[in-house]
Design a protein around this ligand. Structure first.
Ligand code: GLV
Length: 321
């Protein structure tokens, strides 16, 4: 009998998939940097039993029409807005993601981005390297305090809670907004639940960690930024489309809010001429929330484990519910 076929949409190190070759046929897009092209993906989806996808691969209903044998799509991310879950379900295809293994790593990055933005770390680095440091001055690159400020976390999932634990270590007041109350964060960390509008008015740091859904798309818009404090710092480490970037640009340029730290963008990679990139009060990163060697390896292992389980008619470890 032919071995089940697993197609991986980005080149991954041999050591992580080598062992699988005994029991599975493995196909892989040859580039680590460039995403798989549309025609290859369409062809591979028509013959694969399992797909290991990246968040850059859009797996929509149209593409899924070509899937003949596909049993599982293992997405190398905790977010899965790139996949049409309903269409996959209708075809009996299991979708899995990578929660838990990336929680602490992504929380580290989110809090680093918050710190970097508040204390103008990237600007300061550029300032020295570009030869700008001539003298010490009392307000040279003066930023905002983080300790004892109020952090407003929008999206209190696993990563939100891990960010809240870090905030607690900085003696911050924690407020949050979420679809449902999270009693354990309230009890353990003293976090207070607020309605979205209330949170916007209260927080010194507004941190977006909500997954992208039809309900959250553009939840940060002109009206939301207008409600924030003029000293507020906005951090986004979830998905770019939760934010109307034009509105964010206007709010920053008009000093309605003070600064922003962004790990994600509406369109990725962001265009080099995007107006947001012209603002010194914007700190930006190329979607690297979970990007540590350790965590990426664990994410890949989890994807492969999920694939093996489904192909062996067992329940995967982390199905998307
Ligand atoms: O953005 C990254 C992820 O969803 O894991």
């Amino acid at each position: 009998m032919a071995k089940p076929y697993i197609y991986i949409t980005r080149r991954l190190p041999e050591k992580v998939w080598k062992e699988l070759k005994r029991d599975y046929e493995i196909g892989m897009w040859p580039s680590e940097e460039e995403p798989v092209d549309a025609s290859t993906l369409k062809y591979e989806i028509s013959r694969a039993d399992a797909l290991l996808t990246m968040l850059t691969d859009r797996i929509d209903a149209d593409l899924l029409k070509n899937a003949e044998n596909l049993q599982v799509i293992a997405n190398l991310a905790v977010g899965y807005d790139n996949i049409d879950i309903e269409a996959a379900k209708a075809k009996g295809i299991t979708v899995t993601n990578t929660p838990d293994v990336l929680t602490e790593t992504t929380a580290d990055l989110t809090f680093s981005l918050l710190m970097a933005t508040a204390r103008r770390i990237v600007e300061a680095n550029q300032f020295i390297k570009q030869g700008g440091w001539k003298n010490w001055a009392p307000f040279l690159l003066a930023g905002s305090d983080v300790h004892h400020k109020t952090i407003g976390i929008v999206g209190m999932g696993r990563i939100g809670a891990a960010v809240a634990r870090r905030a607690k270590g900085f003696s911050m007041d924690i407020v949050y907004h979420n679809r449902s109350r999270r009693m354990e964060v309230e009890k353990d960390l003293g976090a207070r639940y607020l309605e979205f509008d209330e949170l916007l008015k209260t927080a010194d740091f507004v941190v977006c960690l909500a997954p992208l859904t039809t309900n959250t798309k553009y939840m940060f818009n002109k009206e939301s930024f207008a409600q924030m404090k003029s000293t507020a710092i906005f951090i986004n480490a979830s998905r770019g489309k939760n934010v109307d970037e034009n509105a964010l640009f206007e709010a920053l340029a008009n000093e309605q809010i003070a600064a922003a730290g962004l790990d994600v963008f509406e369109i990725e990679p962001i265009d080099n001429n995007h107006p947001l990139l012209t603002l010194s009060q914007v700190t930006c990163l190329p979607h690297i929330g979970s990007a540590t060697m350790e965590t990426r390896e664990q994410m890949i292992e989890l994807c492969l484990e999920n694939i093996k389980l489904v192909l062996n008619h067992r329940r995967p470890l982390t199905p998307v519910s």
